[in-house]
Every structure is written in structure tokens, then in C-alpha cells.
Design a protein around this ligand. Structure first.
Ligand SMILES: Cc1cc2nc3c(=O)[nH]c(=O)nc-3n(C[C@H](O)[C@H](O)[C@H](O)COP(=O)(O)OP(=O)(O)OC[C@H]3O[C@@H](n4cnc5c(N)ncnc54)[C@H](O)[C@@H]3O)c2cc1C
Length: 443
């Protein structure tokens, strides 16, 4: 490696360290302010709702920050609307689509303890539509009035595995994951469509776990992981090839015929398969792009939605619509120009939005602002069951760190602890699954 390249990598590493230290010290500070333990009654008998729509990485954190910062005599209360029964830990979904052994329940973390006792009203439903002063629920049809609104609805790939679960209850989510594990195990020829992170992870896990299978990955671009730097692209390509995954680049799925087990690509090329991770029949199986869930605001502020589906925001993360200063947006659904939006940027946006909401409850103007930081776009990509690579890049220089992976459940345990839950205690799920520990559940 040339000396200039080594130097620029060293400079990048130093900038990364300094910036992460700065961001995470703010994170820890903002997250540990005074806590309240009971829900306040408004002095005049009315409560003023702060409604948070969506509670995964961004919304759950925003709800927590707002709730723990409301003073005891505050007339405000936080109401979360979220369809899922559990926090969905997306990072491990591709792994749990493939690996058996009873780990899949670890992708679903019980809600509650992360709020640290702060008062939050929880509504398990989906918002169908946002109006100027209320949100309408899809399930119950009820209108919930709001004085402030935080939209944190994220993005989804048609709500399907391996990127999203496609079920709102943990019991159903676990069943879908086990179902996919079984189908992959039974297939002799596995065809994966999409060479982004989810597709690469599923393909490398499947081939490293079942070397005898023919695993084919089809990607529409000339490089896998094309949204990232060239060094990561090259490493992913090498790892796929070393494992023996067959790669077809610059091509797309056109048709699939389950009766013959032949998929035809746009180029006319035919690929045999027993199981395809992009099936139109099994709609829950796709590894291709994600679209922001912004439609709920379309009736109220259509012009605030970008052609890509993001909600436009001001730097304060108020929606870019001057008539709606009380509507905040955070997480993946907020289009802030990040190179690769992820849970880290989603959570930092949540902190900014939540802090500005807290200021508004005190009658103060929004003062916190969000700017994307290139270091947050880093990704840890698994390359088979036992190895992973972490990638950082500022668009000019890249850093790759390789790691041995020893836990099939990857970072699940640490994430449960971060969410305040002892791994992997979930009595409600155990009960629903039929007995202590649940059926077929690993440790
Ligand atoms: C397979 C995969 C692996 C990933 N790996 C990593 C990784 O290793 N590191 C990393 O930093 N990031 C990773 N990401 C990205 C990360 O998951 C997202 O950036 C993050 O989930 C964004 O958080 P969010 O809260 O904005 O949105 P989401 O996590 O998508 O959550 C949105 C929430 O809103 C709810 N919702 C949606 N619509 C409505 C509605 N109408 N009403 C009420 N609620 C609604 C949903 O149920 C959901 O709970 C990965 C993503 C995927 C798909």
C-alpha cells in the first residue's frame, strides 16, 4: 500500500474516533437526564398529547427521551402508536432466515424496559392517516388528537423477509423465520435476488452453512454492495467467490416458473432453482430495495414527500412545511441526505427531534439541528457464519476491519441488554409458544 494511502487511512481513523467520541458522549448525556415515574394529570384536567408514530430504532428512542424529560407537573403525555408487539432487531434478520437452532426469537425484544419507568401510553395499532390535529388509527378507526407529532415510520421492503418481518406479532415472526430456514435447508438450488447487504448476508450464510447447495446471487448492478466504497465491494465479491456462490451481475429477474424450477433473467439467461428469495408467490421473501413509509402524511402535506418517498425536513427535523411546526420527523423516513441511512443515523435524528419537542413543551424554539455524519454510515457485513467485515468510508478513503464471528446470534445479546431486557427473558412469548422457554428455543 502506498505511503499516502496509509496516511489518509490513519487520518480517517483519527477523525472517526474523535467524531464518534463526540456523538456518543452527547448520546449518553441526553439519555440519562432526570426520570419521572408516574403519568401526570394536567393542572386544568386536559392532557396534551405528544404522539410518536412508529417505535423501532428512532421512535422508541424519541419516545424515551421525551418521556424522561417531561417535568412532574407537565400537562403533556407521550402516546406511542406501533403495530409490532416487539422491537424488531433488523440487523439479525438475514442470519435468522438461514440458521436453525432456535435463535430467531432473539430478533424480537420486549418493549417497555428501555423507557426506564418513564410514563408512555402504548397503542398497538398502525396510523392510517395524519390529519392537522389528530392521527387516525387503521385497526380501531379511532382518532387520537395531538399537539405535537413525531413521525418515525422507517422504511420497508414491502414488509418482507429477509429485510423486514412481515408480521406484527413475535409468534408469527418467529414462525416465518423458521419457515424460511426450513425452505432454504430443503432447497438444493437457492436463488437470491439482490446484492445489497441482506442478499449478500443470506447468500454467504447459506453457502457457508450448506456448502453442498448451489447458491446463486443475481444483482442488477455490476458490483455487489454498490452503495458502498470499492474496497468493500471487492471484499464482498471475493468472499462470495471464495465460498463458491455463483454470481450473476448486471442482470435482473424477469420471470420464474415454479413448476419447472426455472427463473429467467432479463438477459434471457435461465437459472434453475428450488427456492428463490424474491418469489412473487411467497411475497414475504425479497432482498431488494426499501421505500420510506411516508404515505400517512400524503393527504396533509403531499409536497413534503420526495420522489424517493422520504419526508422532507428542516435541519431541526420539523417537517419542511411551515404550516406544521409541531410535526417532527426522524429515522429512515426523514430524508436528510445521508449516504447510507442506518440505525445510528436514525437514532441521532431521534435525539435531535426529541430534544426539540422537549424544548417546545417549555415554550422554547427548536435549537437542535441534524447534519449527516459520514462515519455513521459504517456497516458491519457478515460474510458467512464465521466472519464479518466492518467498513468505514468518507467517499475518498475507506477502512476495513475484519472480525471472527463466534456467536450465531451475532450482537443480539448486547442489544437486548441495551434495551434494558435480560437476554432472552420474554415470559409473554414463552406462554404464547406453549411453555417455559418456548418451543424449539435456543439459549
Ligand atoms: C436486514 C437489515 C440489516 C440492517 N443492519 C444494520 C446494521 O447492521 N447497522 C445499522 O446501523 N443499521 C442496519 N440496518 C438499518 C436499520 O435497520 C434502519 O436504519 C433502522 O431500522 C431505521 O430505524 P427507524 O426506526 O427509522 O425505522 P424502522 O426500524 O423501519 O422502524 C419503523 C417503525 O415504524 C413502524 N411503523 C411503520 N408504519 C407505521 C404506521 N403507519 N403507524 C405506526 N407505526 C408504523 C414500524 O412497525 C416500525 O416499528 C439494517 C436494516 C436491514 C433491513
Amino acid at each position: 500500500m502506498p505511503a499516502t494511502s496509509k496516511l489518509s487511512k490513519a487520518i480517517l481513523a483519527c477523525r472517526l474516533f474523535v467524531n464518534f467520541f463526540r456523538i456518543y458522549s452527547i448520546f449518553v448525556f441526553r439519555n440519562h437526564k432526570a426520570k419521572r415515574l408516574t403519568l401526570p394529570d394536567a393542572p386544568d384536567g386536559t392532557t396534551r398529547n405528544i404522539v410518536v408514530v412508529g417505535a423501532n430504532f428512532a421512535g422508541y428512542l424519541a419516545a424515551r427521551i421525551i418521556a424522561i424529560n417531561l417535568p412532574p407537573d407537565s400537562p403533556y403525555r407521550v402516546i406511542v402508536v406501533e403495530p409490532n408487539s416487539h422491537f424488531n432487531f433488523t440487523w439479525v434478520l438475514p442470519r435468522f432466515c438461514v440458521v436453525e437452532g432456535g435463535h430467531e426469537h432473539k430478533a424480537f425484544i420486549p418493549y417497555g424496559p428501555h423507557l426506564n419507568g418513564a410514563p408512555v401510553k402504548w397503542v398497538q395499532d398502525r396510523v392510517a392517516e395524519v390529519e392537522r390535529e389528530s392521527v387516525r388509527l387503521e385497526g380501531s378507526g379511532e382518532d387520537i388528537p395531538y399537539e405535537m407529532l413525531v413521525i418515525a415510520t422507517g422504511s420497508g421492503a414491502g414488509d418482507s423477509l429477509p429485510s423486514r418481518v412481515g408480521a406484527t406479532s413475535k409468534v408469527d415472526g418467529v414462525r416465518l423465520l423458521r419457515d424460511m430456514q426450513g425452505r432454504i435447508k430443503a432447497a438444493r438450488r437457492l436463488l437470491v435476488i439482490g446484492g445489497g447487504a441482506a442478499g449478500v448476508e443470506v447468500a454467504t450464510d447459506a453457502k457457508s452453512l450448506y456448502p453442498e447447495k448451489v447458491v446463486t446471487l443475481v444483482h442488477s448492478r455490476e458490483a455487489v454492495m454498490h452503495r458502498f466504497g470499492g474496497e468493500l465491494q471487492a471484499e464482498a465479491l471475493k468472499s462470495l467467490r471464495d465460498l463458491g456462490v455463483e454470481l450473476i451481475l448486471g442482470d435482473r429477474l424477469d420471470t420464474e416458473d415454479e413448476a419447472t424450477g426455472i427463473a429467467t433473467l432479463k438477459s434471457g439467461r435461465a437459472v434453475e432453482y428450488d427456492y428463490i428469495l424474491n418469489s412473487r408467490r411467497w411475497k414475504q421473501v425479497r432482498c431488494i430495495g426499501q421505500r420510506p413509509n411516508s404515505h400517512i402524511i400524503a393527504g396533509l402535506s403531499k409536497d413534503s414527500i420526495t420522489p424517493e418517498g422520504h419526508i422532507k425536513t428542516k435541519p431541526t427535523l420539523q417537517i419542511a412545511d411551515d404550516s406544521l411546526p409541531n410535526v417532527y420527523v426522524c429515522g429512515d423516513v426523514a430524508g436528510c441526505g445521508e449516504q447510507n441511512p442506518n440505525a445510528r443515523s436514525a437514532m441521532r435524528k431521534a435525539m435531535v427531534a426529541a430534544d426539540n419537542v422537549v424544548l417546545a413543551t417549555r415554550g422554547e424554539p427548536a435549537k437542535y439541528t441534524y447534519e449527516p455524519f459520514w462515519g455513521e454510515a459504517f456497516i458491519k457485513l457478515t460474510l458467512g457464519m464465521n466472519r464479518s467485515v466492518s467498513h468505514f468510508g468518507d467517499g475518498k478513503t475507506e477502512l476495513l476491519f475484519f472480525q471472527k464471528e463466534t456467536d450465531p446470534a451475532l450482537m443480539s445479546e448486547r442489544t437486548w441488554r441495551t434495551m434494558g431486557v435480560r437476554p432472552y427473558e420474554d415470559p409473554e412469548f414463552d406462554l404464547a409458544e406453549g411453555g417455559e422457554g418456548g418451543k424449539g428455543r435456543g439459549t
